[in-house]
Write a protein that binds this ligand. Structure first.
Ligand code: HEC
Length: 177
């Protein structure tokens, strides 16, 4: 190999490098890529109407819609969360909590041989569907100072079902709303 050939090889390498980089730069200039400002396809949220049985701002609850999601059978299962403290059967005794036979439609704090908290006695309302729903959602929030040590039933289905079940355990069940 003589000096001339080595020069040719070096020149070829330099040329190749220049061409490769050059094309890269030139194509950057020529094909300046415009980034799209909007997504090529849009996902639009479907217009779903949610039938909510949660309290509206006025505090009223669509009790009919709420009870429609529950069943007495499911309520009997949910009531297992209450049996540590309550009996719901006719002729049942008070436990940690008062006997709940016929509780719907009854005035709150009405069992004479049960020692209620002052808060519950002061509450003094009839256990309507609405009242029961609010109490079971969050007992301590609805009746501040109640001694019922129970966090509440978050699921609408659970509340609806247990209310229906308790209403079935009664001499005078509340009429359907
Ligand atoms: C840890 C024990 C405990 C559990 C569990 C419990 N309760 Fe109670 N409950 C009480 C006590 C104690 C009271 C009395 C509250 C007071 O005087 O403030 C009470 C009161 C009540 C009252 C008012 C009764 C009346 O005569 O006015 C209702 C209704 C009630 N509970 C329903 C339920 C239901 C339904 C469940 C299950 C989902 C449940 N409780 C779970 C202890 C409990």
């Amino acid at each position: 190999m003589n000096g001339f050939e080595i020069n040719k090889i070096i020149a070829a390498i330099i040329f190749t490098v220049l061409v490769v980089f050059g094309i890269d730069k030139i194509s950057d200039l020529v094909f300046e890529v415009k980034k799209p400002t909007e997504a090529a396809y849009k996902v639009e949220a479907p217009d779903v109407k949610i039938v909510s049985t949660k309290s509206s701002s006025s505090g009223s609850v669509d009790i009919k819609a709420l009870l429609a999601v529950g069943t007495i059978e499911h309520g009997q299962k949910v009531f297992k969360k209450c049996t540590a403290c309550h009996v719901v059967a006719k002729g049942g005794k008070n436990k940690i909590g008062p006997v709940l036979y016929g509780v719907l439609g009854r005035k709150s704090g009405a069992i004479s041989d049960y020692k209620y908290s002052k808060a519950l006695i002061a509450h003094g309302k009839v256990w309507s569907y609405e009242e029961m729903n609010l109490y079971l959602l969050k007992p301590q929030a609805h009746i501040k100072g109640t001694k019922m040590a129970f966090a509440g039933l978050k699921k609408e289905k659970d509340r609806a079902s247990v209310i229906l079940y308790m209403n079935s355990q009664s001499d005078n069940p509340l009429p359907n709303p």
